[in-house]
Design a protein around this ligand. Structure first.
Ligand code: FAD
Length: 317
């Protein structure tokens, strides 16, 4: 079922989780171990991230180095199929522009459609690890907006090979990313929202936000998007804090602020267990507030500390 259908079918806030594919060589059981406890809360869908290939230098036996391409976390599509099969829950693969030609993207979309996957999150992706700025594939997309356009084109039954007539129409519900505290490359929030609006005008169905730790950023963002004419659901992304290191890493990597109050409470903590308690309480309050204000979904980034999210959900429901 499409995410938009889930939302249309209820006036309650629904739940979803984002998971990462295991690192290469590890079993899918580790992912099931993260997801199993969450099934008690009947999530409507599970997002699965995509991780592009990295170039690394590998030492040869003779001491020289060769450049090789590796994918540390392959398997997004297979994992989506496995999740749908095991839990009977919709899985949403993340699709990125980085590293893909348009033809490869079209073929990936055909695979997803064959598997019965009806939801995708269309993203640009970040710069490759060895690059400073995002460099598109020579036959790929510069921005997620172009990826959205490609998916819509396929939804209309138009394939890249023009001699395919009466092509099967795919039927993807398309999500895109939004940044309540603006994307790090955008000169200002207004421009970032104008860029988001184009994705919506092309046909994106909903927005999932970057994590935030101050709900005011989310509410302000929703209001500004509405003023700009964006009326699609805006799904808040939530993540618990669990360690002091995150106080500097998260703002740098995700361009989000840690509120003074949260920062001060965490700095008082003596152990990681204390930080987890503060992180749990903070997330719980964020969720209560979002529920009171009718957020369409609570979407949790489960990376690293799923038990905190579980504890929060136990207190909420
Ligand atoms: P875009 O929408 O292309 O925007 C990128 C930047 O370009 C923004 O600053 C925007 O304002 C600007 N821009 C957009 N269109 C134009 C235009 N036409 N002209 C000029 N500027 C423009 N990354 C992964 O690699 N894998 C994942 O699985 C993944 N999952 C994510 C899930 C969520 C919910 C979020 C919020 C992010 C995720 N990311 C993921 C990170 C994402 O790929 C990066 O944040 C990336 O830098 C931007 O992606 P985007 O789709 O927002 O890009």
């Amino acid at each position: 079922m499409k995410l938009t259908q889930h939302l249309a079918g209820t006036d309650k806030t629904i739940l979803s989780f984002e998971v990462l594919p295991p690192t290469k060589g590890r079993s899918i059981e580790s992912l099931y171990a993260t997801l199993d406890p969450f099934m008690e809360f009947k999530p409507s869908y599970v997002n699965v991230t995509y991780h592009r290939a990295e170039q690394i230098y590998k030492k040869r036996h003779d001491g020289t180095f060769e450049r090789v391409e590796i994918r540390k976390r392959p398997g997004t599509v297979g994992i989506c199929a496995a999740i749908m099969n095991k839990y009977q829950v919709e899985a949403i693969p993340h699709l990125i522009c980085g590293g893909f030609s348009k033809e490869e993207t079209e073929n990936a979309l055909i695979d997803l459609h064959y598997l019965g996957i009806r939801n995708v999150l269309a993203l640009r992706g970040d710069a490759a690890a060895n690059e400073k700025f995002f460099v598109p594939h020579p036959h790929g997309h510069n921005y997620s907006e172009e990826l959205v356009k490609q998916i819509i084109t396929l939804n209309n039954g138009q394939y890249m090979e023009e001699d395919i007539l009466d092509g099967v129409k795919t039927d993807f519900c398309i999500g895109v990313a939004g940044y309540p505290e603006k994307h790090f490359e955008a000169p200002n929030l207004q421009t970032d929202i104008a860029n988001l609006k184009r994705k919506i005008d092309i046909g994106a169905d909903y927005i999932t936000t970057q994590m935030f730790f101050n709900n005011k950023h989310y509410y302000d963002y929703v209001a500004r998007c509405k003023e700009t004419g964006i009326n699609q659901p805006i799904i808040p992304g939530l993540k618990p804090l669990s360690g002091k290191k995150q106080l500097t890493v998260i703002p740098r990597v995700f361009n989000v602020e840690i509120p003074v109050e949260l920062y001060t409470e965490i700095m008082k903590c003596k152990t990681d267990a204390d930080v987890e308690l503060v992180g749990t309480e903070w997330l719980l309050e964020q969720c209560r507030d979002l529920l009171r204000n009718g957020a369409p979904v609570l979407h949790f980034y489960t990376l690293s500390k799923p038990h905190i999210i579980y504890n929060v959900l136990k207190k909420l429901f």
